[in-house]
Structure formats: structure tokens, C-alpha cells
Design a protein around this ligand. Structure first.
Ligand code: IAD
Length: 436
């Protein structure tokens, strides 16, 4: 076992503690108040320079933000659950982003690593058959669950911060660790990019665990993310007495229902995969009232940006058409966005080379076939690349108890050691000129 692997192995119990603490106090997008304060405290104690909140999250570029009432309520909940009060003001109002910087003082590139911190809006299984429940760390927040592994990602980020600090004498240049809010629904990355958090980075690496990749396998350059647009549609009609004066009404529920069916009839694209999903339809107030209000929560996806743009354009045409058909108003509100991913081949090759050397890694591939979901880290990758940097997205396979976004989701925590060892090697073995 190398000194790095020994150091990471010794860190494993602490990473498990971090993961389980984040899992128990699960906080969904823009509401990661407790999580962010504990991440900030740990990074501060490690000696990292911190940029927090509004310094790394652009207010106007945040997407899918909860209401001011929810933000305030959840901030208070976080405080009651042990959020660290001295850090909380930085994140108040839903600015729960962090960028930690380690300046070595020696010439070299800037390497950035990104993890996401948010839970999903999902109720966790509270049964003994589900390990997190059986071992006492299932989510204590109703309707919020770490069912995608972001608790593990955050623990990996802190583990990486710890070992890079331990081995900092072997580093050159600058290390930046990015802890992003609200990846679910592709809502947070846009705001961190807009705030400049991804400027002047030479090498960027984002990560995910699981996703159906077998334990021991590392994907070095995920290129199968789908471009996506997330949006709500608010339909406004005219309420009326359903029995006495139905002709006076304009039925928003019917418009929404017709729209939902029509959206799912958008023709596929000959150039590649596409998706449409109407995930939510809320409408009406009473059985004898012609419904005046209806809400749809929708997403489009495409194998490429062009295909997703095609689907979204057709969706907008359909929405305008059904609104006219039913004589009502329709307002489209953008709630999230991400592009497809194009990792930098040179960086993928270096990642591949380093991953081969890690104990616990049994299979290293650059890509996997088949459209994955979407990821707004693609916006961060694009920003780095447009400034001449290199970027990639890694997946660390691990055994899962259920699929992502399922109430029984859990993962084999040993993947966190493999991830930290691999990521630390990217920094410690970076091929910068090492003297004569
Ligand atoms: O579109 C979103 O809301 C983001 C969300 N993202 C994820 O779940 C991450 C993800 C999905 N599939 C993969 C495959 C590899 C890495 C990460 C992922 C999704 O696709 O619904």
C-alpha cells in the first residue's frame, strides 16, 4: 500500500462519518444550509482559502429556486439540526456554494475538482431492510433523501481536501475544490459559472459514483450526458360555476392535460436520442369549479444540444397551440439547463493512466455506451474548455442497493477511498516540470 493509499485508508472512517451525517441531514437543492456550514468548517480547519455563497453563486443565474418562505423555513430547520451559525450567513437565502483554494506557492497549473452536495426531493425508506435506517442514518428530513450519492460525493470532496493538504509539499500550482448546490434538476452549476467560479482553470474533473457502473470500474471521460431543459408551465384560465355557467369558464386543467399528452407525442429526431417527461400536473380547486389554474413540470432532453433545442422548440409550439385551443394564458418558466458532455481527450488519457495504478480499480474505461441522464457539470466543463482548459467527468462504479432516485438507494462506501486515491493521484502525479 502506498503512503497515499495508507493515508486515504486511515481517512475512511472519517469519510464514512461525513457521508452518514450528510445522509441523515439530507438537504435538497439550494437548501444545503447545514451541509454547507459543515463543509466550510472542515475546509477552514484544513487551512483552505474559502470563497462562499454570493462570491461563487450568481443570484440572477440561480434556477429552480425555492420560495423565500421555504428558504427561510429550511434555514431555521438547518440551524435547529446543527448548522454552524458562524458560517450560515454566507449561505442564507440559498447561496449554498463553496470554492476552497489551496495555493502551493510554486508555479504550476490550476486543477479543479467538483462535487455536488444536494439531496433529492424524495422520502427515504424507513424500514429495517434499508441499511441507512437499520444503522440509524436514514434521512430525518421528510421528503428529502440522498438517493443519488451526493452525500458520498461531498465526503469524497472533503477526503480529497484532507489528503491533498497532507501531501501539499508534493503539489505545484493551485488546487480548487468546488462544492456545488442543486445539481438535481440541473440548477446550480449555471450560477457558479456565472459567478466566475470556473474561470482560469486549467484542468477540471467532476465525479459521480454508481449509475450502474460495476464496482471497481472507473469511467474516465463520460461523454453520454444528454442536453436538457427543465421548465414549468403555468396555465391561467377563467373559473366559473361548472353546473350553472360552464360556458363562462376557460379550463386550465384540460389545457394542461392536453398539453401533457401532446408533449409526449413530439416526434423523435433522426440524429439521436431525445426525451420528454411531464413529471407533475397540478390543477383545480374543487369538483364544481371550472379550473382556472394548472401547473406542469416538464423536462426535455437530447443526445446533443441541437436535438434538445429541437424538442424544446416543439414543446413551446405545442404549449402555445393548446393555450389558444382552450382560450387561456400559458407562461413558461425555465427551471434548469445542461448541455451534452465532450470531455478533453488529453485529460481523459491522463486520468486513465492514473486510475490504472489505484488499488481497488479493476477496470478502466474512457466511456460507456447509452445515454446517461444529464449533468450540469457539463456547463462547468464547457466554461473551462472555452478558456482553453481541459475537462472531464469521471464515474466510480459501486454496488448499489437500488437504482438512483429510488427510496431504497444506498451504495458501498468503500468507493469513497477509491475515488479519493484516484483524484489525489491526478494532482500529485500531474506531469508539471519538476525541476531539472
Ligand atoms: O437532469 C437532471 O435533473 C440531473 C439528473 N442527474 C443525475 O441523476 C446524474 C446522472 C444520471 N445518470 C448519470 C450517469 C453518470 C453520471 C451521473 C449521472 C438526471 O439525469 O435526472
Amino acid at each position: 500500500m502506498s503512503t497515499l493509499e495508507l493515508a486515504v485508508h486511515e481517512l475512511a472512517p472519517r469519510m464514512q462519518h461525513w457521508r452518514r451525517d450528510f445522509h441523515h441531514f439530507a438537504e435538497s437543492g439550494w437548501l444545503e444550509f447545514r451541509t454547507a456550514t459543515h463543509v466550510a468548517e472542515t475546509l477552514h480547519q484544513l487551512g483552505y482559502q474559502l470563497a462562499l455563497g454570493r462570491d461563487v453563486v450568481d443570484d440572477a443565474a440561480r434556477m429552480g429556486l425555492p420560495s423565500a418562505e421555504v428558504l427561510a423555513r429550511e434555514e431555521q430547520r438547518a440551524l435547529e439540526q446543527g448548522a454552524l451559525a458562524h458560517w450560515l450567513p454566507h449561505f442564507s437565502g440559498g447561496f449554498t456554494g463553496i470554492v476552497a483554494t489551496l495555493e502551493t506557492g510554486r508555479p504550476g497549473p490550476t486543477l479543479a475538482f467538483r462535487v455536488d452536495m444536494d439531496a433529492l426531493d424524495l422520502g427515504e425508506m424507513q424500514q429495517p431492510a434499508h441499511r441507512p435506517f437499520a444503522e440509524g442514518f436514514a434521512s430525518c428530513n421528510a421528503g428529502m433523501m440522498h438517493a443519488c450519492g451526493h452525500d458520498g460525493h461531498t465526503a469524497i470532496g472533503l477526503g480529497l481536501a484532507t489528503v491533498l493538504q497532507q501531501f501539499s509539499s508534493q503539489l505545484n500550482g493551485t488546487i480548487k475544490l468546488i462544492f456545488q448546490p442543486a445539481e438535481e434538476g440541473t440548477r446550480g452549476a449555471r450560477a457558479m459559472v456565472a459567478a466566475g467560479a470556473l474561470d482560469n482553470i486549467d484542468y477540471f474533473t467532476a465525479i459521480h459514483i454508481g449509475t450502474g457502473i460495476p464496482s471497481g470500474t472507473v469511467v474516465c471521460g463520460s461523454d453520454n450526458f444528454m442536453a436538457t431543459t427543465k421548465f414549468d408551465v403555468q396555465f391561467t384560465g377563467i373559473a366559473a360555476h361548472a353546473g350553472g355557467k360552464p360556458e363562462e369558464g376557460r379550463n386550465a386543467l384540460l389545457a394542461a392535460a392536453q398539453t401533457a399528452l401532446a408533449l409526449h407525442s413530439i416526434a423523435p429526431h433522426s440524429a439521436g436520442a431525445s426525451r420528454v417527461n411531464v413529471g407533475v400536473l397540478q390543477a383545480g380547486t374543487g369538483r364544481n369549479v371550472v379550473p382556472a389554474q394548472a401547473l406542469l413540470k416538464v423536462e426535455t432532453r437530447g443526445e446533443t444540444n441541437v436535438i434538445n433545442d429541437y424538442v424544446f422548440e416543439r414543446a413551446q409550439e405545442i404549449i402555445r397551440g393548446t393555450a389558444t385551443m382552450f382560450g387561456i394564458e400559458a407562461e413558461i418558466r425555465l427551471m434548469g439547463a445542461a448541455t451534452n458532455s465532450e470531455p478533453s481527450p488529453e485529460w481523459v488519457a491522463f486520468i486513465h493512466q492514473q486510475a490504472l495504478e489505484v488499488n481497488g480499480v479493476t477496470n478502466v474505461v474512457d466511456t460507456v455506451k447509452g445515454a446517461a441522464g444529464s449533468e450540469d457539470a457539463t456547463l462547468m466543463m464547457a466554461r473551462v474548455q472555452e478558456q482553453g482548459g481541459k475537462a472531464s467527468y469521471m464515474v466510480f462504479g459501486t454496488q448499489l442497493s437500488a437504482g438512483h432516485h429510488n427510496e431504497k438507494f444506498d451504495f458501498d462506501e468503500s468507493v469513497m477511498e477509491v475515488a479519493v486515491c484516484t483524484l489525489a493521484r491526478l494532482a500529485l502525479n500531474f506531469p508539471w516540470p519538476r525541476g531539472v
